[in-house]
Structure formats: structure tokens, C-alpha cells
Design a protein around this ligand. Structure first.
Ligand SMILES: Cc1ncc(COP(=O)(O)O)c(C=O)c1O
Length: 406
């Protein structure tokens, strides 16, 4: 049976990305810098076991029942508290929609706002699974470059001005302002304010995807765009995936009540509700302080891993290679000497050295820079980071010099 001929146009547009292939390397004999996975040693299994059994003992009837599409009240309330305390976002439970990871929220946003041909601005490069979700809705992506200070908002403004002159209106901007995936960079306060001004001037919706602000290792945390949002145009997404456990699949949206009710209508068609048991478990994790303790633990561990990766890059990478210095998150973005295609490098580093990473190519919506790559530092151990970067540098030297240099 050849299923191709039955596929909808939407399914074709959402064809599996090559980047997903790379996840299968994790857990094998390969040192993997490729996925975006937490260190499984951080998962608080014992504490969660206790919480799960308490929840099932104390409220089996609601924990195992369908729940409101918006999410159970206890969790929406805890998330609103966390958003106020951690992020300075002025939100109540009515401003929260609980989702199946923030990935579901990304999909819901597309369902709500994107018609075929709509212009949508994204950082170039950006989070690949957002692109995969949104591609099915056939938008016209407008790529905005990044530098060490996140999205170049001046370049965004320039693009918006030119597009407006052509009669094209950009509807929304998707941004990961803190500890960007894939680049690791964080947007400073001044740029955040400017982005909000531009959004007001051009009447844009801002989708702020913020899974990583809980993982800032140093320096004062920049306030989320949502906390500075006076006109209510920011839709804020976050998740417990990076500090508690991604297998819980609990994420959320913070937005105006009107947007929450539209998103809830879209979610009803997609999944009815987020698993009730997991919602109670996360609400309890927040209420008992487990989530905050986890944030502290995970930050400390990932800071050490980040330092190990930066030190290894400095020690081993050949001249002409540069990389970002993330203050948080999970990734370092590396640019190798021009002329080296990191897709070829991956081939060599996997075959000869058993080291995987994600070539930068897949994260771009336009003008892909094929001499870039994303390295994850949270999943591998410190020893694997040191050894793996050394092996990777040997693979790179092989390509640069055209001969093994072991
Ligand atoms: C920028 C960004 N957004 C969303 C997600 C998805 O997170 P979740 O596990 O909550 O679906 C990720 C995960 O890697 C991410 O990096």
C-alpha cells in the first residue's frame, strides 16, 4: 500500500523533518549533542512517586476523570503564582491554559492565527519543531537574523517596513528571547522594549516561547516580554519539561482571557483536555516546592555542563571556529570555518568518532548557514562533553585539512 496518494496537502507540508532522525542516536554508543533532552539523572522520580500515589489516594475520582479543557483550577492557580513570582507576569488562573507540553500550545497558536500565505516573522534560525508545526498551515515565513543579543529587532523593523510598502502585513512574530533554541542567546531589556514598541506600531501578535528562563545560570534575569506587555498582544508559552520532566507533558499559555478562550476552543477539538492525573501531579509539585527545588538543582548542574562545553570548545576547536556563550538554556551554537558543511561533518563525526550533533541547516527558514551547528550540553555527562568535543574537533580538522589529523 502506497499511502502517499492518500495524503492531505497539510500532511505533505508537515513531512517528518530530517532533524528528528538525530534523536535516535541518544542512548546508543554515540555521544549525543543532538537532541534537546534534560539529563535523566535530574528527574525527581522518588518525589514524583510519592506525589502520584498521594494524588491517586486522595482524589482518584477527579485525577482519573476528564477535566476542563482550560486545565484544572489548582494547576492554573499554581502556574499563575509561578508566573507572578518567577517572571513578574501579572496573571491570574483565568489567564492560563494548560497544554500537553508547550508544543501543543505552538500548534494551537497556528490553528488560531495562521491562514495559508499569512506572513509570520521568526528568528532565523529558530526552534525546528515550531517550524514543523506551522509549516502545515502554509505561512510565508519572514526570517529575522539574530546576534549575541537575540533577535535583531532593527532588522525586523526594516523587513516590516519593506513588506508594508509591498502591501504585505505581518501578522505575528514568534520569538524565544531567553536562552534561545538553537543559539543560546538572550535578548537584553532594551531590545525587548523596542520589540514591544514595534509590535504596537505594526499591530503584531507576539508569541513568546519561554521554556528556558528557569534555566538561567547567572546574571539578572531579563523580564519576559509578557511582563512588559501593556497592550495585551503577547501570548506567553512555557513548560515544566526542562526543569521537572518532559515526560509529564505539562506546558501552558499565559494570555488575555479572550485569547485563552479561543485557544481552549481549538484545544477541545485537538485533545479535549490535558491528562488530569499529570495536572494534579504538577500542581502538587509546585505547591510542595518540588518544582522550585528542581529549578535550583538543574541550574547548578547545567551551569557546570555549560562551562565544561565552553572550556572544551576553547581547548580543542581549530582557529576560525566561533561559538555563542549562553547564559542559560541547553545549547551552544557553533560556526565552523566557511566552506565546511556541518551535514558532511556530521557524517564524518558519526562514522569515525561516534559523536552526534544537529547541523544548523535545519533551523533556518531562509538563507541557511551550512557552516553552523547546535550542540546540546545538558544530556551528555561532563566526561562525554570533554571527550565528545575533542572527537568532534578532530572530525572538523579532518574536513578542513582534507586529511586525518589524529
Ligand atoms: C523553544 C522550545 N519551545 C518548545 C519546546 C517544547 O517543549 P515541551 O516539551 O513543553 O513540548 C521546546 C523543547 O525543546 C523548545 O526548545
Amino acid at each position: 500500500m502506497m499511502w502517499e496518494r492518500f495524503l492531505s496537502e497539510r500532511a505533505r507540508l508537515a513531512a517528518p523533518s530530517a532533524v528528528r532522525e538525530l534523536f535516535r542516536w541518544a542512548g546508543s554508543d554515540v555521544i549525543s549533542f543532538s537532541g534537546g533532552m534534560p539529563d535523566p539523572a535530574t528527574f525527581p522520580a522518588e518525589e514524583l512517586l510519592e506525589i502520584i500515589s498521594d494524588v491517586l489516594r486522595e482524589r482518584p475520582q477527579s485525577a482519573l476523570q476528564y477535566s476542563l479543557t482550560e486545565g484544572i483550577y489548582e494547576l492554573r492557580d499554581e502556574i499563575a503564582r509561578l508566573s507572578r513570582a518567577h517572571a513578574g507576569i501579572n496573571a491570574g488562573p483565568e489567564n492560563v491554559l494548560v497544554t500537553v507540553g508547550s508544543q501543543e500550545a505552538i500548534e494551537l497558536v497556528a490553528r488560531l492565527f495562521i491562514d495559508p500565505g499569512d506572513a509570520v516573522a521568526v528568528e532565523n534560525p529558530t526552534y525546528v519543531a515550531a517550524l514543523q508545526s506551522w509549516r502545515a498551515y502554509a505561512p510565508r515565513f519572514v526570517g529575522v537574523p539574530l546576534d549575541e543579543r537575540g533577535m535583531a529587532v532593527e532588522a525586523l523593523e526594516e523587513r516590516l517596513r519593506r513588506l508594508r510598502a509591498e502591501g504585505i502585513r505581518v501578522k505575528l512574530v514568534y520569538t524565544i528571547p531567553t536562552a534561545h533554541n538553537p543559539c543560546g542567546v538572550t535578548m537584553p531589556l532594551e531590545r525587548r522594549k523596542r520589540l514591544l514598541e514595534i509590535a504596537d506600531e505594526y499591530d503584531l501578535v507576539i508569541v513568546e516561547d519561554d521554556p528556558y528562563s528557569y534555566l538561567l545560570f547567572e546574571g539578572p534575569a531579563e523580564p519576559p516580554l509578557k511582563s512588559l506587555d501593556r497592550s495585551g498582544r503577547v501570548i506567553y508559552l512555557s513548560t515544566v519539561s526542562k526543569f521537572l520532566a518532559p515526560g509529564l507533558r505539562i506546558g501552558w499559555v499565559v494570555a488575555s482571557e479572550e485569547v485563552i478562550s479561543w485557544l481552549a476552543a481549538a484545544k477541545q477539538a485537538l485533545s479535549l483536555c490535558t491528562p488530569s492525573l499529570m495536572q494534579y501531579v504538577v500542581a502538587e509539585s509546585l505547591r510542595r516546592g518540588l518544582a522550585l527545588r528542581q529549578i535550583e538543582r538543574v541550574r547548578e548542574l547545567y551551569r557546570r555542563k555549560r562551562d565544561a562545553m565552553l572550556a572544551a570548545l576553547r581547548d580543542y576547536m581549530p582557529d576560525g571556529t566561533s561559538w555563542t556563550r549562553p547564559r542559560g538554556g541547553m545549547f551552544v551554537w557553533v560556526t565552523v570555518p566557511r566552506g565546511v558543511d556541518t551535514r558532511r561533518l556530521l557524517d564524518v563525526s558519526l562514522r569515525r568518532y561516534r559523536v552526534a550533533f544537529t547541523p544548523g541547516h535545519y533551523f533556518f527558514v531562509e538563507s541557511p548557514a551550512s557552516s553552523t551547528m547546535r550542540l546540546n550540553f545538558t544530556y551528555p555527562s561532563v566526561e562525554q562533553i570533554e571527550g565528545g568535543v575533542r572527537w568532534l574537533s578532530l572530525a572538523l580538522r579532518e574536513l578542513i585539512e582534507g586529511a586525518p589529523n589524529v
